[in-house]
Design a protein around this ligand. Structure first.
Ligand code: F1P
Length: 298
């Protein structure tokens, strides 16, 4: 079994541990009312996007998400939250160096890093740290760190993560259908916070399996992307299925995948599919093409 597959299977326990951390780390996470920017790269950026939607929806305050390289320095935030498994990603470290001591209209901007590896330079660059070392990974592609971060943040927003953990256990045990394993193309769709999950699903399949994937907000799918769907191609909806989309996909001859389970748990099915497709094509999911565990620019 690949290391990636082993790490994927540990997610339910990791999410429970992450949720259990919340009382101890709540003071390091955004307080209600703070205006927050969440930043990261790759998978971590997509988790930032999902969290931003969830936090605003929970009424906790304005929350924006940015790729670390695209941070709008002129904006007025109370706190910047950086998500990074490695703690070594160049764009994230550069951002944190630049915003150190920066003043907003309500005082000095506080910084928080949510990390997997505490033995990294990032620990000296932020005011507050949240360490999920138990969810750190050997794999190049991220699975359990990213989802554990979101499990922690969802819990901090007041959500009971137990139903998602139950869905996750089912997602790990489920047999993947031959339709999915043999499909030629995947369009991942989401609404609200599950759009970030759709982005991550697409990235995971590209990273681990070199698969042809696209990701869109579910209601944007009809505005062009549906042209791609057809026989042996999948439209995969995370979370709520927009009205009429099942009929629209059926008319293309494509296959709709819409489990209706918790989107974070449904992502596990995509992670498993990525590993299975990679292996079926003679690729090793532990050594994805052209990728390193962290992007460190010199
Ligand atoms: C971010 C990241 C990963 C990606 C790749 C390069 O890493 O973009 O999401 O899979 O391995 O790095 P990090 O900042 O979360 O460590």
């Amino acid at each position: 079994m690949s290391i990636t597959a082993e790490e994927i299977a540990t997610q339910p326990e990791c999410w429970e541990r992450a949720a259990g951390l919340v009382p101890g780390v709540a003071g390091s996470l955004p307080a209600t009312g703070e205006k927050v920017a969440v930043v990261g790269c790759g998978t971590s950026w997509f988790m930032a996007q999902s969290y931003a939607v969830l936090r605003e929806r929970a009424g906790r305050g304005v929350t924006d998400a940015f790729a670390a390289s695209e941070f709008p320095y002129g904006r007025d935030y109370d706190r910047i939250v950086a998500i990074t498994r490695s703690g070594t990603t160049t764009e994230v470290l550069e951002l944190l160096r630049k915003v150190r001591g920066m003043r907003g209209t309500r005082g000095t901007v506080r910084t928080t890093a949510v990390i997997g590896d505490p033995d990294t330079p990032i620990v000296d660059l932020v005011d507050d740290l949240v360490v999920l070392d138990f969810a750190d990974e050997k794999s190049v592609v991220q699975t359990r760190f990213a989802t554990s971060v979101l499990a922690l943040l969802r819990t901090h927003l007041g959500e009971d993560i137990a139903p998602a953990v139950a869905d996750a256990r089912r997602a790990i045990a489920e047999v993947l259908s031959p339709d999915l394993l043999g499909a030629e193309q995947f369009s991942f769709l989401g609404t609200g916070w599950s759009y970030g999950i759709a982005l991550e699903a697409g990235l995971k399949m590209r990273e681990a399996a070199g698969a042809w994937t696209e990701s869109y907000p579910a209601m944007e799918y009809r505005h062009g992307p549906i042209s791609i769907t057809g026989p042996n191609r999948i439209a995969w909806v995370f979370g709520d299925l927009p009205e009429g989309l099942d009929g629209d996909v059926a008319r293309t001859g494509g296959t709709l995948e819409a489990s209706g389970t918790d989107p974070l748990a449904d992502l596990i099915r995509v992670q498993r599919l990525a590993v299975a497709i990679a292996e079926a094509n003679g690729l090793n999911p532990d050594t994805p093409r052209n990728l390193t565990r962290s992007v460190v620019l010199t």
